[in-house]
Design a protein around this ligand. Structure first.
Ligand code: SAH
Length: 356
């Protein structure tokens, strides 16, 4: 039995699947899911991420969260959480950089929200000196204490539904069967209350995406931050409002077909930050302006940090560092495509590098 067999049987039994149901099985099916069964990151894998490109990314995030903790009076016990920690690299770099801030690590209770048993095992190895606690969902995060959190390339891995605007409503894009193989189709037109605000910036034929899983997760973070203090840095690719089909499959660093060999490629979609910001406000926390990753990292001093590291390097190691700095910050690379949204208590200052 393969994931394709499972999906075909499921569609035969219950009819075409929403893209979100398809994506959820592809990424996190307990037996065949992409994340469930492998560590997909790095040069040998399917895709790479900012923390895997250079240690300076995690260091900058760590110092930003630690400064935010100082700005809020250095609370004595707090949750230090990461959503979707991958290999644990970001958290390891963050913790190492934050050692420079007296008291921060002693006060931190490290919590990792991770769905993949395979990646949990990798994280356990990377973070063995820090006694992290693993949680299945954001709602399991500790209550009653400040929360300082980061999520890098987590929200882009959450399942999206897609809708095409038509004169008489929105038609959902569905995954069904044609001649026994997986194929896209369109459902019947229906009104979509969640897309009311998109009538203003779309025309018939336009496709929009909804990530229903994201707002409740942001609300869990925002509620804790509003109630007890803290901050969250949400870093991902996308924009304030996404338009069009942004679903992408990546296998061995190359674009792949979304429906071919399900479970063997990474599937992601652009993050619609407007929806995340709205969920944060509704749960009572403030949010920053959406800021390009390159601007955020430059404001935090990534160039000075890279220069300090460069002093000890020559040859290939130096070239790698220079290329990593460019890749993380340059507008033609990740600098502009990736954005940062900060959550913080309305009465507190936004995290460093971000504006109110
Ligand atoms: N943040 C890491 C990894 C990004 S890949 C980095 O920047 O390198 C996405 C991560 O989110 C993986 O760890 C994956 O297993 C996890 N993940 C995806 N969907 C999830 C879900 N619904 N709940 C918890 N973790 C999830």
């Amino acid at each position: 039995m393969s994931l394709t067999d499972h999906l075909v049987a499921r569609i035969r039994e219950t009819g075409p699947l929403s893209l979100a149901d398809y994506m959820a099985d592809c990424l996190l099916h307990p037996r065949f899911g992409y994340y469930t069964t492998r560590d997909p990151l790095g040069a040998q894998g399917d895709f790479t991420t900012a923390p895997e490109i250079s240690q300076i990314f995690g260091e900058m995030i760590g110092l930003a969260l630690a400064q935010s903790w100082l700005d809020q009076g250095a609370p004595g016990r707090f949750t230090l959480a990461e959503l979707g920690p991958g290999r644990g690299t970001l958290m390891a770099d963050l913790l190492r950089a934050a050692r420079a801030v007296p008291g921060f690590l002693d006060a931190a209770e490290v919590c990792l929200v991770e769905a993949s048993p395979t990646l949990r095992a990798v994280q356990a190895e990377t973070l063995k000196d820090h006694a992290p606690r693993w949680l299945d969902r954001a709602e399991d995060l500790p209550e009653g204490q400040p929360l300082f959190a980061v999520a890098n390339e987590f929200f882009d891995a959450l399942p999206v539904r897609q809708f095409v605007r038509q004169a008489d409503g929105w038609c959902e894009r569905l995954v069904g069967l044609r001649d026994g193989t997986l194929a896209f189709g369109l459902g019947a037109a229906a009104p979509q209350p969640a897309l009311e605000h998109r009538l203003e910036d779309t025309r018939d034929g336009d496709l929009v995406e909804i990530c229903e899983a994201a707002p409740p997760i942001v609300a869990e973070l925002a509620r804790r931050i509003a109630g007890h203090g803290g901050a969250a840095l949400i870093v991902d690719y996308g924009d304030w409002r996404s338009l069009g089909d942004t679903l992408q499959a990546l296998r061995a660093h190359e674009r792949a077909d979304v429906l071919s060999d399900p479970g063997s490629a990474d599937l992601t979609a652009h993050v619609d930050f407007e929806v995340l910001a709205g969920a944060a406000s509704a749960a009572g926390s403030g949010h920053s302006r959406l800021t390009p990753q390159g601007v955020f990292l430059e404001r935090l001093g990534i160039t000075q940090r890279a220069q300090a590291l460069a002093r000890g390097l020559t040859g290939d190691a130096l070239d790698t560092l220079v290329a990593a700095h460019r890749r993380l910050t340059h507008p033609d690379e990740m600098g502009n495509l990736f954005k940062v949204l900060g959550l913080y208590p309305t009465q507190a200052a936004p995290p460093p590098g971000l504006d109110r």
